[in-house]
Write a protein that binds this ligand. Structure first.
Ligand SMILES: *[C@@H]1O[C@H](CO)[C@@H](O)[C@H](O)[C@H]1NC(C)=O
Ligand SMILES: *[C@@H]1O[C@H](CO)[C@@H](O)[C@H](O)[C@H]1NC(C)=O
Ligand SMILES: *[C@@H]1O[C@H](CO)[C@@H](O)[C@H](O)[C@H]1NC(C)=O
Ligand SMILES: *[C@@H]1O[C@H](CO)[C@@H](O)[C@H](O)[C@H]1NC(C)=O
Ligand SMILES: *[C@@H]1O[C@H](CO)[C@@H](O)[C@H](O)[C@H]1NC(C)=O
Length: 373
């Protein structure tokens, strides 16, 4: 910082003697460094003279970076721009057709349901949806452009070489006991839900929103219960419980420790914990929120996890009643983990899907000296 500040000062001084057309003068008095006891200068066109410690010196005026270069253009992120176009208001969504059973689930085509909105890019007309039950605890929902050949390679979909796909598990889908049920609808445009079978609770719900899929902008929205409990979406310094008024940005940066800012890692994964009142007779689970719980009652907690396998710049908007997920490209590649404990979700995500971190070498536990302390 000290370096930058003195560089800035130098620029300001130079700018005041060299950048203004015509004749300018600048004066300065002695500095503590003892090098300059007094100085005055005049500037006429390309050359200037200065009197430094009593002797006159001529120098040529060179263009330098103006101080105003420190000020960036006034860019307002769309989420903070109240007049920015809302993709949800103007985009047509998609219609699903051509459903085909596959070995572990089904596939379908998604076709644009109206005129393209081309709001932050160009709408992609045709997408492919695949839904696979991958293990007894993992469901994959994948939406990507239908035509991804060498002619339109600019639509980058994260390669398996870089981040492997979580592996497909067992061979017989009829033996599955996964606690998740996928349902979809075309009314009024394509939407889907993921329901926990054992409780009937809707865990992921895109109803009431449109799917937006453009070459530089993707948006999907899931409704959430009030005062939801979401954790994850790292890496940043923030409360463990993310709250319902927060934007998590995935755009890893070599930044030290900004509160709420994006830092080194990018983990597009969240864990959602919900609490239920359980009917002693029927065993029925009824969702409770902070509005209708009391400290004297007993509740049962259940968690599930959602991983969006994408390496694009993304933003997860945690809003009071929904999670709005935006990406600058790529695909929608969602993995749902049924838990139901937090511990189980973490294991299903790490051991089951993305793999464990590498074991640290013993020598890295030894003495380490670093310029940061
Ligand atoms: C806010 O969004 C509108 C509509 O897209 C745009 O015209 C305007 O320039 C934006 N404002 C800023 C400060 O970026
Ligand atoms: C790729 O090209 C096809 C036409 O060959 C087009 O329909 C499709 O929208 C393109 N996909 C992307 C992602 O631009
Ligand atoms: C998501 O929540 C925001 C803020 O409450 C709201 O403005 C928006 O309409 C919601 N979107 C959908 C699709 O429900
Ligand atoms: C949401 O957060 C913003 C800034 O982080 C704050 O100004 C605003 O008051 C918060 N809104 C609510 C309803 O808490
Ligand atoms: C608690 O409130 C939520 C939503 O506000 C509602 O869906 C749920 O049924 C309520 N639970 C009970 C046990 O009243």
């Amino acid at each position: 910082m000290a370096k930058l500040a003195s560089w800035r000062t130098a620029v300001v001084v130079l700018a005041s003697t060299s950048l203004i057309n015509g004749q300018t003068t600048a004066e300065s008095t002695s500095k503590a460094d003892g090098l300059v006891s007094s100085q005055s200068s005049t500037n006429t066109g390309g050359t200037a003279t200065a009197t430094i410690s009593g002797s006159q010196t001529t120098y040529s005026v060179a263009f330098t970076v103006p101080a105003s270069a420190d000020n960036g253009p006034n860019l307002l992120p769309n989420i903070k721009n109240t007049t920015a176009v809302q993709a949800q208001d103007v985009c047509p969504g998609y219609k699903a057709s051509g459903v085909q059973r596959t070995a572990y689930g089904f596939s379908a085509s998604l076709t644009l349901a109206g005129n393209p909105c081309n709001v932050y890019g160009t709408d992609i007309e045709e997408l492919t949806l695949t839904v696979d039950v991958q293990t007894a605890h993992r469901l994959n929902v994948n939406i990507k452009p239908a035509h991804l050949d060498s002619s339109n390679i600019t639509q980058y979909v994260l390669s398996e070489d870089l981040i492997p796909f979580p592996a497909q598990g067992f061979a017989d889908p009829t033996t599955q006991n996964i606690d998740l049920q996928f349902s979809w609808s075309n009314d009024p445009s394509f939407s889907f839900t993921v329901v926990r079978k054992s409780t009937g609770d809707v865990l992921f719900d895109t109803r009431g929103s449109v799917l937006v899929y453009e070459n530089q902008f993707i948006e999907f929205v899931t409704q959430l219960p009030e005062d939801y409990n979401l954790y994850g979406m790292g890496e940043r310094i923030h409360d463990l419980r993310l709250g319902n008024n927060f934007t998590a940005t995935f755009y890893a940066a070599d930044a030290g420790d900004p509160i709420d800012g994006n830092i080194y890692g990018s983990h597009p994964f969240y864990l959602d914990t919900r609490y239920y009142e359980v009917d002693a007779e029927t065993g029925a689970h009824t969702l409770v929120t902070t509005q209708n719980t009391s400290a004297s009652n007993q509740y049962v907690g259940m968690s599930h996890g959602v991983f969006q396998r994408s390496a694009h710049g993304m933003e997860a908007l945690l809003l009071p009643t929904n999670l709005t997920w935006r990406a600058l490209g790529g695909s929608i590649d969602l993995y749902f983990f049924d838990g139901p404990t937090q511990d189980a979700v973490t294991k299903q995500y790490q051991i089951g899907a993305i793999g464990l971190p590498a074991q640290q070498q013993y020598w890295t536990l030894g003495f380490h000296q670093c310029r940061w302390g």
